[in-house]
Design a protein around this ligand. Structure first.
Ligand code: ATP
Ligand code: MG
Length: 788
C-alpha cells in the first residue's frame, strides 16, 4: 500500500525535514519561491495522514482567503490521493468518476469543517462566534454572537457622524480619516481612550480620545466589530478568561503560519497564547504533543504600515527556542533552492535586496536554467508604457503557443496606475482582470442587500438600518431620519425599537410614517423567520418585499441591469454557501453567510481563475507566481514612493516590495519606467528609480528610445470643496408642562409614565411607558393624552 511518504519524494531534503517535523517549535526561513508554502501544505497532510493527528487539532493561518482556499484544495488533493491508495489500492486517477467524486466530497467536508485554514481575521471571527458572549471590555461593553463586522466605509460613516454631529467639530481641522487612523493605531497598541489622552497631552489628543470613546460606544450599541477588533478581542478575551483560553489552547495542538514576516504584535500575542496557554514561550515545557510552525522571509516584509514587524520572525528562535529539549527536531530549517524563477530573474532579485542593511544574508540558488535577460523599457510617458506592455503580450502569445493571457501579470505600486493600462487593453481588446480592485462586496448594490440582511440578523445594527431605510426611495427624508435617530439616542434604546413601534413612528415621522412603517414591516417579517427560513429564501423574500429588485428593474438603464446581475450573483453566493455548509451541525445561517461576506478580503477576487491578464498592486501579489511579469513605473517618487524618499528604512521596505515583485516571475520579467507621467492630475518629469541603478547591467537588455521632450500642460487640480456649514439642532421656544415621571392617560394604551420629553414648544413630544403596550413616543398635540 502506498504511503504519504511517496508524496514526500516531491520535496528536497530540507523541505522534507520541515514537513516531517512533528512536535515543538519550528521556523522555516527562506527566500522567495523556495517552497515554503508548499512545505507548509505538505506538513498539514503529513500530520493527518502519517501522524494520525485529528484535523480538528490543526490551525493554519494564511495571508488571504484565496490562499486559504488554494491550500485547502492542495490538502484535499493530497488526502484524496492517499485515501484512494489505502481504500482502493490504486491511484485516484484510476478510480471511476463517481468513486472519485464521492471520495472527494467526503474529504472536502472534513477539510472545511474540522481543519481550520484561513486568515487571521476569518479564524478569529470563528472563535468569536463561539465565545464573544463571555467577553466584556474595560468599560463593561458587551456583544452577542450575531455581531456585524463593519468595514472601512461603515467605520468612516460613524467617525464622520461623531466628529460633525455629535461633537460639532470642524472636519477640516479634525480630518475624519486621520482621526480614524489614530484610533486604529491606538487599538492596535491596545491603548484605551484615556491612555491616548495621556500620551498626547494637548487638545488634539483630547479630541481623538473623545471620538474614540464615542466610537467604541457606537460599535457596541450596534453589536458590531471593526477589523481591528476581530483580532484584538480574542486576545483580550484570552487574557480575561482562562477557561476560554485553555479550551482553544487544548484544541489547536498544531499551529502553522504562512508569511510570518508580516505578523504584527497582536497577532503574535494571539499565536503565543494559543500555543503556550498564556505562559511565556520560554517557560512553556509541554511540547510533547504540540507544535508551532512558522514560515517566512524577512526580505518580503511589506506591511509595516499595518504594524507588521519582521523582527517577530527574527526573534522566533529566541522566543521559542527553549522548547527544543523535548522536541524532536531542530528549531530552524533553511531552504536554499529556488524552484520558481530562471537564474537571471533570481540573480536580479538577490542583487537588489543585497542593498538593504537591515537584513540577514541568505542563500538562494536557482534550480532552473538561465532563461532570457530581463527587458528594461524606458517609455516616453505612461501611455507609451501601457502600449509597450500590450505589444509585448501580443508578441509573446504569438510566438509561444503554450502561453496564454492567464499566465501574464502586471504589477504596479499604486492602484491609480492601472487606469491607463486598462484603457489601452480595452482598446486592443485584451482580456484582463483587476485583482483586489473594487471588490464585489464593496459595490453599492451589494452593500445595500447586505445591509438589509444584517439589519435582519442583528437588531442592534443601526448603521445598516439607516443605510436602507430609504433605499429604494420611500419618501423618508433626512429630517425624519434625524428625528428617529435623535429619539433613539435620547431614550438610549436601539433605533430598531423605535421603528418597530407604529405609534412612535407615526409621532416622529409624520408624513413619512408610511414609508418607515413599510420598511419596518419587511424587517420584522423576516426577523421572525431568521432561524427557520434558509438564508437564500430569506434574501429573496426581503429583496422582493422591500421593492429593491422592482426599483432596479424600473430604472431600465444599463447600469441598473448591471447592478441587478450583481444582486443575482450575491444570491448565487448564498446558495453556494448553503450547499457548502449542508452538513448537520454546520453553520448555514444568515449570520454565518454574512461573516464570510464581511471577511472576503480586498485581495480575494471573486471571479474564478480564468484566461485573463492579472493586474494588481505589488502588495496584492505576495505569495503568487506567473510565467510572465511586467513590473511597471520604476520611477523616483512612485516606486520608491514619494513618502519613503527621505527615510532610509522606508526605502528598504520599498526595496523589499520590489524584491517581491521580481520574484513573482517564473520565465520572463519586463521592467519599465516612463520619462514623464501624469499622476494625481499633474504631468511631471520622472527620474528613473534608484532600484534600476542597483540592478546589474549584464542581466538587462533595454530599448534605446530617448525621451522626446514634449511640453505638457499642467492641468488644474480640482479645487477643494467649500466647507460645509454646520447644522444646528432646531430650537423650540415654547414652554411645555409635561415633565419626566408624570402619569399620562391614553385612550387605548391606558395609564403610563412619562420617561422622556423630546424638544420643546411646538416640536415637543413625549416618551411614555405603558404597562402592557410598552414604550411609545407620542405627540400630545396629535393624540389624546391627559394628565391623571
Ligand atoms: P513565496 O516566498 O513567494 O511565498 P514560497 O517559498 O512559498 O514562495 P512556493 O510557492 O511554495 O514558494 O513554491 C514556489 C514554486 O516552486 C511552486 O510552483 C512550487 O510548486 C515549486 N516547488 C516548491 N518546492 C519544489 C520542489 N521540491 N520541487 C519542485 N518544485 C517545487
Ligand atoms: Mg509562499
Amino acid at each position: 500500500m502506498a504511503q504519504f511518504s511517496d508524496s514526500l519524494s516531491h520535496l528536497n531534503p530540507s523541505q522534507r525535514q520541515a514537513v516531517e517535523h512533528v512536535n515543538g517549535p519550528l521556523l522555516v526561513v527562506a527566500g522567495a519561491g523556495s517552497g515554503k508554502t508548499r512545505a507548509l501544505t505538505f506538513r498539514i497532510a503529513n500530520l493527518v495522514l502519517s501522524q494520525r493527528v485529528d484535523p480538528e487539532n490543526i490551525l493554519a493561518v494564511t495571508f488571504t482567503n484565496k490562499a486559504a482556499k488554494e491550500m485547502k484544495k492542495r490538502v484535499e488533493d493530497l488526502f484524496a490521493e492517499q485515501q484512494s491508495q489505502s481504500e482502493f489500492g490504486k491511484p485516484l486517477a484510476a478510480l471511476k468518476e463517481y468513486e472519485q467524486t464521492k471520495l472527494r466530497s467526503r474529504i472536502y467536508k472534513t477539510i472545511t469543517k474540522d481543519l481550520w485554514i484561513g486568515t487571521f481575521h476569518s479564524l478569529c471571527c470563528r472563535i468569536l462566534r463561539f465565545d464573544i458572549e463571555k467577553y466584556k471590555d474595560d468599560s463593561g461593553r458587551t456583544w452577542d454572537k450575531t455581531f456585524s463586522i463593519f468595514d472601512e466605509s461603515d467605520v468612516m460613516t460613524i467617525i464622520k457622524d461623531i466628529i460633525i454631529n455629535k461633537l460639532n467639530l470642524d472636519e477640516k481641522k479634525f480630518e475624519p480619516r486621520n482621526i480614524r487612523y489614530a484610533i486604529s493605531n491606538a487599538k492596535n497598541k491596545a491603548m484605551s481612550p484615556a491612555e491616548v489622552e495621556q500620551e498626547q497631552q494637548n487638545y488634539r489628543g483630547r479630541v481623538i480620545a473623545d471620538v474614540y470613546t464615542h466610537y467604541l460606544n457606537r460599535l457596541s450599541e450596534n453589536n458590531a466589530l471593526d477589523f481591528d477588533d476581530l483580532i484584538l478581542m480574542p486576545v483580550k478575551l484570552f487574557r480575561q478568561n482562562e477557561q476560554v483560553r485553555a479550551y482553544w489552547h487544548k484544541r489547536f495542538r498544531h499551529i502553522l503560519v504562512d508569511e510570518y514576516q508580516d505578523t504584527n504584535r497582536t497577532q503574535y500575542d494571539l499565536l503565543t497564547m494559543l500555543t503556550t496557554n498564556g505562559k511565556s514561550p520560554k517557560q512553556f515545557d509541554d511540547w510533547a504533543h504540540r507544535s508551532i510552525f512558522v514560515v517566512g522571509d524577512a526580505d518580503q516584509s511589506i506591511y509595516s504600515f499595518r504594524s507588521a514587524d519582521f523582527t517577530i520572525l527574527m526573534g522566533f528562535q529566541q522566543d521559542f527556542g527553549d522548547g527544543r529539549e523535548d522536541a524532536d527536531t531542530e528549531s530552524m530549517v533553511k531552504l536554499e533552492e529556488n524552484y520558481r524563477s530562471t537564474s537571471n530573474i533570481l540573480e536580479l532579485a538577490n542583487t537588489l535586496i543585497d542593498n538593504n542593511t537591515e537584513r540577514i544574508d541568505k542563500i538562494l540558488k536557482a534550480t532552473r536554467g538561465e532563461g532570457e535577460r530581463i527587458y528594461s523599457y524606458r517609455a516616453d510617458n505612461e501611455i507609451d508604457e501601457a502600449e509597450f506592455i500590450v505589444r509585448q503580450v501580443e508578441t509573446l502569445l504569438r510566438r509561444n503557443p503554450d502561453l496564454s493571457y492567464g499566465k501574464v501579470a502586471i504589477l504596479y505600486r499604486t492602484n491609480a496606475q492601472s487606469r491607463v493600462i486598462e484603457q489601452v487593453m480595452v482598446e486592443r481588446q485584451l482580456p484582463y482582470r483587476i485583482v483586489g480592485g473594487m471588490r464585489f462586496y464593496d459595490r453599492r448594490e451589494i452593500k445595500d442587500v447586505l445591509a438589509y440582511l444584517r439589519a435582519i440578523a442583528n437588531p442592534a445594527d443601526t448603521v445598516s438600518l439607516l443605510r436602507v431605510i430609504n433605499t429604494p426611495k420611500r419618501k423618508v427624508g433626512k429630517t425624519t431620519v434625524e428625528a428617529l435617530v435623535r429619539a433613539s439616542l435620547e431614550l438610549g434604546v436601539p433605533l430598531w425599537e423605535i421603528l418597530n413601534d407604529e405609534t412612535s413612528v407615526k409621532t416622529l415621522a409624520g408624513r413619512s410614517s408610511k414609508g418607515v412603517l413599510a420598511f419596518a414591516e419587511v424587517i420584522k417579517k423576516y426577523r421572525e423567520q431568521l432561524t427557520t427560513m434558509p438564508a437564500s429564501e430569506l434574501a429573496q423574500g426581503v429583496l422582493e418585499d422591500s421593492g429593491y429588485l422592482d426599483d432596479l428593474k424600473r430604472q431600465n438603464t444599463e447600469e441598473a441591469e448591471n447592478r441587478f446581475s450583481n444582486v443575482q450573483e450575491l444570491y448565487n453566493a448564498i446558495l453556494q454557501f448553503e450547499e457548502e455548509n449542508s452538513g448537520e451541525d454546520e453553520d448555514q445561517s444568515l449570520v454565518g453567510f454574512l461573516a464570510g461576506a464581511a471577511l472576503a478580503s480586498d485581495m480575494d477576487d471573486s471571479s474564478e481563475d480564468d484566461n485573463r491578464i492579472s493586474m494588481m498592486t505589488l502588495h496584492a501579489s505576495k505569495g503568487l507566481e506567473f510565467p510572465v511579469v511586467f513590473l511597471v513605473g520604476l520611477e523616483q517618487g512612485l516606486f520608491p514612493s514619494f513618502r519613503s524618499l527621505d527615510d532610509p528604512s522606508a526605502i528598504e521596505e520599498e526595496r523589499r516590495l520590489c524584491y517581491v515583485g521580481i520574484t513573482r516571475a517564473q520565465e520572463r520579467l519586463f521592467i519599465s519606467h516612463a520619462c514623464e507621467r501624469r499622476l494625481y492630475g499633474n504631468r511631471e518629469i520622472a527620474t528613473p528609480s534608484l532600484f534600476l541603478d542597483e540592478m546589474p547591467e549584464n542581466l538587462l537588455e533595454s530599448n534605446t528610445v530617448r525621451s522626446r521632450a514634449k511640453r505638457w500642460e499642467t492641468s488644474d487640480i480640482s479645487k477643494p470643496a467649500a466647507p460645509k456649514t454646520k447644522r444646528s439642532m432646531p430650537q423650540g421656544s415654547g414652554i411645555t408642562d409635561w415633565v419626566v415621571g408624570e402619569k399620562a392617560v391614553h385612550d387605548s394604551f391606558g395609564v403610563g409614565q412619562v420617561t422622556h420629553v423630546f424638544g420643546t414648544g411646538k416640536k415637543m413630544c413625549l416618551a411614555v411607558k405603558f404597562p402592557t403596550a410598552g414604550q411609545k413616543i407620542l405627540d400630545p398635540k396629535l393624540v389624546p393624552l391627559r394628565k391623571v
